[in-house]
Design a protein around this ligand. Structure first.
Ligand code: GLY
Length: 364
């Protein structure tokens, strides 16, 4: 065990959470209890991802045993009626792919590659984008997908099939062209004509409106673009990650954390989103790993953000309380999951703490 301060608290908490959660998929927490989501919902990989990080850091079989069955469960969603879509990256990278990396399990590898094929099948060649959601949203693409690209890059390496690589890189170039604005702010949803591939409009989605700047979307762009540079070696993606990072850092509240949308009116009266901070911190650490000439700027910014989260949002001293981070905001326009712990905030906070403590494996 490396850093007793946070590791011991989190270990106690995760043991309690495992006992209480049982088989359920944690999503957001109210009054210290996690609400359950459906297995096909985009958040279903985060709890197992936390278990795999803890297994990798501690070597304790408890975490491995608790995480083991998740990729098989999620695979079941493909063979029954369900709403699986582009977020298979969020679901299979922290389950099947990390399980394969840590244990060599061949079934986990097969499931990861299956999910990558499913994701690649959502590519629209006319517009050069991965389709996000289902129903009639055939031309919709969203910034969150940037994080799912790592599943395709991993599949390209694992299978030797360059189609996965090209698909991910073409989508990433579409993100550069249509999602990331010159000032470093980001569109949440871009709608393309699915036949011609022409961009039609951008939508506010989980942000305040179409010209605003949803902070979690910014965070997905920082971390996602940094990952694309890691896989492709192409500098333009790192430059984009930095541009969004600078915008993000310049727009933090006085407390050092982000509001849920950087351009919402009367921002000082609006809720924070701790999950955006945790994701951005991981992205900043990823940028820092690839950047040798910036005097530690990105790492220092990440450490500051994590310290702010620990001081203002973390619940590390109560093992019975489900959730590591208070003050997450899931969907403010819908008034859903406002000012609560979110499982993805917890996951990325744990990932950031682990990375600062020397954890070198990658999930995303
Ligand atoms: N991927 C959905 C969200 O960030 O809320």
């Amino acid at each position: 065990m490396r850093n007793p301060d946070w590791m011991q608290s989190i270990q106690k908490k995760m043991v309690c959470m495992h006992e209480k959660l049982g088989e359920s998929v944690p999503w957001y927490s109210t009054e210290g209890c996690y609400k359950e989501a459906a297995e096909d919902f985009w958040v279903s990989g985060f709890w197992p991802g936390m278990l795999w990080i803890m297994y990798d850091m501690t070597g304790k079989d408890f975490y491995k045993d608790a995480a083991w069955q998740w990729d098989g469960r999620l695979e079941g969603c493909f063979v029954r009626e369900s709403n699986m879509h582009h977020d298979v990256g969020f679901q299979f990278l922290p389950t099947a792919v990390i399980k394969y990396k840590l244990t060599g399990d061949r079934e986990a590898k097969r499931r990861g590659l299956f999910a990558a094929n499913f994701l690649a099948g959502r590519f629209n060649p006319a517009g050069g984008f991965l389709r996000a959601w289902n129903q009639n949203k055939t031309g919709w693409s969203i910034i969150d997908s940037t994080m799912n690209l790592s599943l395709l890059f991993w599949a390209a390496e694992e299978s030797g099939d360059a189609r996965f690589f090209h698909t991910a890189k073409i989508h990433a170039d579409t993100v550069l062209k249509y999602f990331i604005r010159p000032d470093g702010s980001v569109n949440h949803i871009v709608v393309f004509d699915p036949v011609s591939g022409e961009m039609q409009k951008s939508l506010g989605g989980q942000g305040y409106d179409s010209n605003s700047s949803w902070s979690r979307g910014q965070a997905w762009a920082i971390y996602g673009m940094a990952n694309v540079c890691r896989y492709t070696g192409e500098r333009r993606f790192l430059d984009a990650a930095k541009r969004v990072a600078h915008y993000f850092l310049a727009n933090l509240e006085a407390c050092g954390l982000p509001c849920w949308d950087f351009r919402v009116p009367n921002r000082e009266q609006e809720p924070l989103d701790s999950s955006a901070a945790a994701i951005a911190a991981c992205g900043l650490l990823e940028i820092a790993e690839m950047t040798s000439d910036d005097d530690g700027f990105y790492r220092k910014a990440a450490v500051r953000m994590i310290n702010c989260l620990t001081e203002q949002c973390s619940v590390l001293d109560d093992p019975e309380y489900q959730g590591l981070l208070l003050h997450g905001t899931g969907n403010k326009p819908a008034e859903e999951q406002v000012d609560v712990p979110l499982i993805y905030g917890d996951y990325f906070y744990l990932e950031a703490l682990a990375r600062l403590d020397g954890w070198r494996n990658k999930i995303f």
